[in-house]
Each structure stands twice: as structure tokens, then as C-alpha cells.
Design a binder for this molecule. Structure first.
Ligand code: HBI
Ligand code: FE
Length: 293
């Protein structure tokens, strides 16, 4: 490896993780014994609050994953204990990282079935919002579905696609797929729409908003449509893409050659999330929708 990891930049934001202690693949030790009582209490507060929303708003696979991985309310999870259950379930493991890591290493981890989880947890004044992924977002939002075999295979295929996207200069297109599925995806179920995206599930406000608000647009998932759609990082989403099953997501990422899509979309400007197209299969037309494009 031979090079010292440096913190990736995100605009002008300084990232707060201890990057100087990371290995070449950006992993660090979790050092569970170093968490303070106050940090465990933050976990407890966030976990309790989000868990109560799951039954009404989340894909049932999320609660199943939390239960199957033995995640307790009273303390920050020990990654080693989680891995002892996650490995046998799907072959995945979680690894500790200082925070956001560069795309290249992020994709490489996913392709190798390891999911990077930030070691630090937010402070009391940040319970409702923060701009970097912390342990609560990474863990509560992402890890439960890694216990689902189909979703886990999708994540691995996504990571493998990352390497190809770099060669096509299309990482920004693949990032939109991640955003609109892994972070902000909705699933159609017999009981109605449910959230499976981590950005939704780790947010107290966006969980009911994504599933039930009349404001955002919601349209049926279509891979190329997703790749063409801009997203916002500083507010609740104005567009959500709805999948019918995790199998659909896996098929879309595994069977499709993204290369021709990347070439078709190229550097064309993205479609604003408020905009609905004639070809969209609209699930709910939001109050943010502009005139038909
Ligand atoms: N690093 N720790 C961490 N977590 C992420 O979700 C993450 C990242 N680095 C890059 C990255 N995500 C994005 O490029 C994704 O859009 C692919
Ligand atoms: Fe995330």
C-alpha cells in the first residue's frame, strides 16, 4: 500500500475522522472500549427513536436484519460480534473506517463484501441532521439489509460496477444509483410503500416524509432514468424511485451492461428531481412537480 491515507474532500467541509490512523484500505480499529457512556446514550436515543418508526414505514427486511444480527438498544454495537452473525448469513462483514472514504476504496470494499462503517457517533446537538455519515447512519441505515441475501448480492455487484464506472468517467452516474436506491430507495409492498434506503431510515423527519408526504414525486425504478436524475444533498428528496423487489434491484445491477448507458447519458445535464417525464411510471405525482416536461 505504501501511502498515507488522506481524508477525501467534500466541498469545503473538513471531515472529522481520524484519517491519519487508517490503513491503506482506510480501515481502523473500532476500539469499542473507548466509547463513553454519553456516546452509548446517543446510540440509545437514536436507535429507540428510529426503531419505533420501522413497523409503519420500513421494508420488513430491515427489522428482520436488526433482529437477526442481535443489535441491542443499550449500547453501540461491537462490530466483531455483528460480523460473527453477518458472515454466516451472507458472507458480508463490516469494517471500521474514520468516516467518508474515497470512492475507489469504497467500491473495492463493497466488491469484496465488506461495508465501511464510520467509528464516530454524532454529538447531542446533531441528532436530527449531519452532513457526514456517522456510525448511526452507517450502521442503523445500511447494515440490517446486508443480512438479506438478495440485497447483499446487489451491493456486491454495485461495488464491482464501480471499478468499470471509473474507466468510463461515469462515477457520478453510478453515484446517482446509490443515492436513489441504497440511500433513498422505496419498496412497493402489499401493505403499501415502505422505505429501505439508509438516508431515509436514519432520519426521523424523512422517514414519514418519504413514505407519506404529498410533496415529493415517486416514480417506478428505471435504471437509466435514475442515472439521469440529479439529487439534492441538503434537503428532503423531491423524487423517490420505487422498486418492486430487491430481486429487481439485483437484476438491474447484475444483468445490465452499464457501459452503453454511460455512453448514452455521457455529460448531458441531469434532470431536476422535480421534473416528471412522459415515459415515467408515476406512483405519486408530488406537489413539487413542475409542468409536464
Ligand atoms: N465512504 N464511508 C463511506 N461511506 C459512503 O457511503 C461512501 C464513502 N465514500 C464514497 C461514497 N460513499 C460515494 O462515492 C458513493 O456515492 C458511491
Ligand atoms: Fe449512507
Amino acid at each position: 500500500m505504501g501511502r498515507t491515507p488522506t481524508a477525501p474532500t467534500r466541498g469545503r467541509l473538513a471531515l472529522r475522522g481520524a484519517y491519519d490512523q487508517a490503513a491503506g484500505d482506510y480501515t481502523v480499529e473500532q476500539r469499542w472500549d473507548d466509547y463513553s457512556a454519553a456516546e452509548h446514550a446517543i446510540w440509545r436515543t437514536l436507535f429507540t427513536r428510529q426503531r419505533t418508526l420501522l413497523e409503519q414505514y420500513a421494508a420488513p427486511e430491515v427489522a428482520a436484519g436488526l433482529a437477526g444480527l442481535g443489535i441491542a438498544v443499550d449500547h453501540i454495537p461491537r462490530f466483531s460480534a455483528v460480523n460473527a452473525l453477518l458472515g454466516p448469513a451472507t458472507g458480508w462483514r463490516i469494517v471500521a473506517v474514520p468516516g467518508l472514504i474515497p470512492e475507489e476504496q469504497f467500491f473495492a470494499h463493497l466488491a469484496a463484501r465488506s461495508f465501511p462503517v464510520s467509528v464516530w457517533i454524532r454529538e447531542p446537538h446533531e441528532l436530527d441532521y449531519l452532513s457526514e455519515p456517522d456510525l448511526f447512519h452507517d450502521f442503523f441505515g445500511h447494515v440490517p439489509l446486508l443480512a438479506n441475501p438478495v440485497f447483499a448480492r446487489f451491493m456486491q455487484a454495485y461495488g464491482a460496477a464501480g471499478t468499470k464506472a471509473r474507466a468510463h468517467n461515469a462515477v457520478h452516474l453510478l453515484a446517482r444509483v446509490y443515492w436513489y436506491t441504497v440511500e433513498f430507495g422505496l419498496l412497493r409492498t402489499d401493505a403499501g410503500l415502505r422505505a429501505y434506503g439508509a438516508g431515509i431510515l436514519s432520519s426521523k423527519g424523512e422517514t414519514p416524509y418519504a413514505v407519506g408526504s404529498p410533496e415529493p414525486n415517486r416514480i417506478a425504478f428505471d435504471l437509466e432514468r435514475v442515472m439521469r436524475t440529479d439529487y439534492r444533498i441538503d434537503s428532503f428528496q423531491r423524487m423517490y424511485f420505487v422498486i418492486d423487489s430487491f430481486e429487481q434491484l439485483f437484476r438491474a445491477s447484475y444483468d445490465t451492461d452499464f457501459g452503453p448507458m454511460y455512453d448514452r447519458i455521457g455529460e448531458r445535464p441531469g434532470i431536476a428531481p422535480e421534473v416528471l417525464l412522459a415515459a415515467d411510471r408515476v406512483v405519486t405525482r408530488g406537489s413539487v412537480a413542475g409542468p409536464a416536461a
